[in-house]
Design a protein around this ligand. Structure first.
Ligand SMILES: C[S@@+](CC[C@H](N)C(=O)[O-])C[C@H]1O[C@@H](n2cnc3c(N)ncnc32)[C@H](O)[C@@H]1O
Length: 290
């Protein structure tokens, strides 16, 4: 092979669209499962080139620039350090919408999409999202229903991202910087929803490094001796601020479904429903104030 060609192939191992998936597989083989590698590769291709799976076939012979090739190499380097792809590219998809994410915001999870879908099966004209993070719940609700939406978070940095996300997705949300644990009253609303911190400190040991080292601990953990800390406080506030027949929705730690139902029952909520997620784990609760 001619020297310049060798140098070029060393510097630019990914020259065509059709090289990208094999390059990801070669680099991440043995570190990540193949199905996951392919999904990471397609997320990267969509981010860098705006191509979906069928575009990759149609444009398979297309040359890619050395800049894109370098960015692919850097993505691989970051993936090898266990960094989540959403943090590498700075965005995540949720409810078919794009959200900016960073180290101050939880990466939106598919379980939370299930919660949003459940909420959208109901009619309401106002909603409040507590612990909004990237704003994913509030923004996905507003995008799909003509209701007035407010959202609270204690993290100023998370709220900055949430505000950017509202702009990107062209919705108006009333964002409030507030510590829910110090809040004494909430604005009136037909729906209150929260996916608060619910992972026990002791569960850190069984968590994957990519979550533990990259996602904000403020968004994740509660003390082992008080797993319902946020749920009880939010439920008490919601019981006075929800409209008549208003609904409270929670995403929950699968370990505490029954305790959360009992706590809601004791406060006075009715028609309490515990719902499983797609993985058959107790994950969501709906409760009515009558
Ligand atoms: C599990 S994350 C949920 C983020 C987002 N709603 C989602 O579903 O992806 C919990 C959020 O609660 C926020 N939070 C933690 N403590 C809080 C507090 N005392 N008051 C208000 N928000 C709080 C965190 O900053 C974080 O954004």
């Amino acid at each position: 092979m001619h020297a310049s060609k060798i140098a070029k192939s060393y510097l630019c191992p990914v020259e065509k669209v059709s090289n990208i998936i094999p390059y990801f597989i070669k680099q991440l083989n043995g570190i990540v499962q193949e199905r996951e590698i392919i999904s990471l590769a397609y997320i990267s291709i969509d981010f860098l080139l705006g191509y979906n799976r069928s575009d990759c076939i149609i444009h398979s012979d297309k040359d890619i620039t050395s800049e894109v090739s370098d960015r692919i190499k850097q993505i691989i380097v970051d993936l090898k350090t266990n960094k989540p792809i959403q943090h590498i590219i700075g965005e995540a998809e949720f409810y078919e919408l794009k959200f900016n994410v960073n180290e101050h915001t939880l990466i939106p999870r598919p379980e939370t999409e299930e919660l949003v879908k459940w909420i959208l099966e109901h009619e309401f004209s106002s909603a409040l999202d507590i612990g909004t993070g990237s704003g994913c719940i509030a923004i996905a609700l507003r995008k799909n229903i003509g209701a007035e939406i407010s959202a609270i978070d204690v993290s100023e940095s998370a709220l900055l991202v949430a505000k950017e996300n509202a702009k990107i997705n062209e919705v108006e949300i009333n964002f409030l910087l507030q510590d829910i644990l110090k809040t004494t009253a909430l604005p009136k609303a037909d729906v209150i929803v929260s996916n608060p911190p619910y992972v026990l400190d002791m569960e850190k040991e069984i968590m994957l490094d990519n979550v533990l080292n990259n996602e904000p601990h403020l968004a994740l953990f509660v003390p082992d001796n008080n797993p319902l800390l946020f749920y009880k406080k939010i439920a008490e506030l919601a019981f006075t601020s929800l409209s008549k027949n208003g609904l409270l929705f929670f995403e929950i730690n699968e370990r505490f479904g029954k305790q959360t139902v009992a706590m809601l029952n004791a406060i006075g909520f009715v028609d309490i429903e515990l719902k499983k997620d797609i993985n058959d784990k107790d994950r969501m609760i709906k409760a009515t104030k009558n």
